[in-house]
Design a protein around this ligand. Structure first.
Ligand code: ATP
Length: 229
C-alpha cells in the first residue's frame, strides 16, 4: 500500500522522556491523496505529526520523503524540502496586521482573501489580536500560495466555528487537487472521513487498521475507537 507514496513513516517509534508513545508506526501518503489519521484522545496522533514534521525525534524507524531518508533532518530542513506542519504559529508575526503578515511573503494577498474570506475581513487587525481560529487560517495561507509536497494538519478545525471549518476543508480539497499529499489528524471523524481517500486508525501508539475510505463503515469506526478493531 506504500506504492507511489511521497511521504512515509516506516516503523516509527517516539516518545517523551521515559514515556514511549509511538510503537512502530507505518503510514504512507501519495500525492493528491488525503489520509485521515483517526483515534481516541491520547492515541498518539499529535505525537505522530510532531515526529513527521521533525519537531520530535524518532527513536526508531525511518521517515522518507520521495524515498530520501529524512529521519535525522531537523524541522526547518524538512520544511524547506516541502513538509509543512499546520496549523502552527511558525512565521506569523503577532505585531503585524494580517495584511502585513501576508505581504511578508506574498506580493499580492488577494488569492488568499478569495479562499479565506475571513482573513479579508480581518486584514487590518494585528495577527496577535486574532481569535485562535483566525490565527489558524493565517498559518494555512502559505500552503495555498506555495503548495507544499506534504501537508501535515494536526487538528486544523480545533476551536473553529463551523463556517471556518468549511473554509479550511475547502482549502484542503483544493490542495489535494493540486497534488499535495495530506495527512489529516482530526477529532471530528465525520468531517475527516468526508474528505479522506484513505484512513488509518491509531490506538496506543500503533496503527490498528489502514485502508481505503470506502472500507470504513460505522462498525469499523466503532471498533477502532473502542479498541476491538
Ligand atoms: P489528543 O487528541 O488528545 O491530543 P493524540 O492522539 O494526539 O491525542 P498525543 O497528544 O500524541 O495523542 O499523546 C499521546 C500520549 O503522549 C499521551 O499519553 C500524552 O499524555 C503523551 N504526551 C503528549 N505530549 C507530551 C509531552 N509533551 N510530554 C509528555 N507526554 C506527552
Amino acid at each position: 500500500p506504500a506504492e507511489g507514496a511521497v511521504f512515509r513513516l516506516e516503523g516509527v517509534a517516539a516518545g517523551y522522556a521515559d514515556c514511549a508513545v509511538l510503537r512502530g508506526v507505518d503510514l504512507a501518503v501519495r500525492p493528491g491523496e488525503v489520509v485521515a489519521l483517526l483515534g481516541a484522545n491520547g492515541a498518539g496522533k499529535s505525537t505522530a505529526c510532531a515526529v513527521a514534521a521533525g519537531d520530535l525525534p524518532a527513536t526508531g524507524g525511518r521517515i522518507l520523503l520521495d524515498g530520501v531518508d529524512v529521519t535525522s533532518w531537523p524541522a526547518h530542513r524538512r520544511a524547506r524540502a516541502g513538509i509543512l506542519l499546520a496549523p502552527e504559529g511558525r512565521g506569523v508575526f503577532p505585531g503585524l496586521t494580517v495584511e502585513e503578515n501576508l505581504r511578508t511573503w506574498l506580493p499580492d494577498p488577494e488569492p488568499v482573501y478569495e479562499r479565506l474570506p475571513r482573513l479579508a475581513e480581518r486584514r487590518d487587525v494585528l495577527a496577535g489580536a486574532l481569535s485562535g481560529g483566525e490565527q489558524q487560517l493565517l498559518t494555512l495561507a502559505p500552503a495555498l500560495v506555495r503548495p507544499p509536497r506534504v501537508l501535515i494538519a494536526d487538528e486544523p478545525s480545533l476551536g473553529l466555528a463551523p463556517l471556518l471549518v468549511r473554509q479550511v476543508f475547502e482549502v484542503f480539497a483544493e490542495l489535494r487537487e493540486r497534488g499535495v499529499a495530506l495527512l489529516l489528524v482530526e477529532e471530528k471523524a465525520t468531517e475527516a472521513l468526508a474528505l479522506a481517500d484513505r484512513v488509518a486508525f491509531m490506538r496506543l501508539g500503533q496503527i490498528t487498521w489502514a485502508g481505503p475510505r470506502s472500507e470504513v463503515d460505522g462498525e469499523r469506526l466503532t471498533a477502532a475507537y473502542l479498541g476491538v478493531g
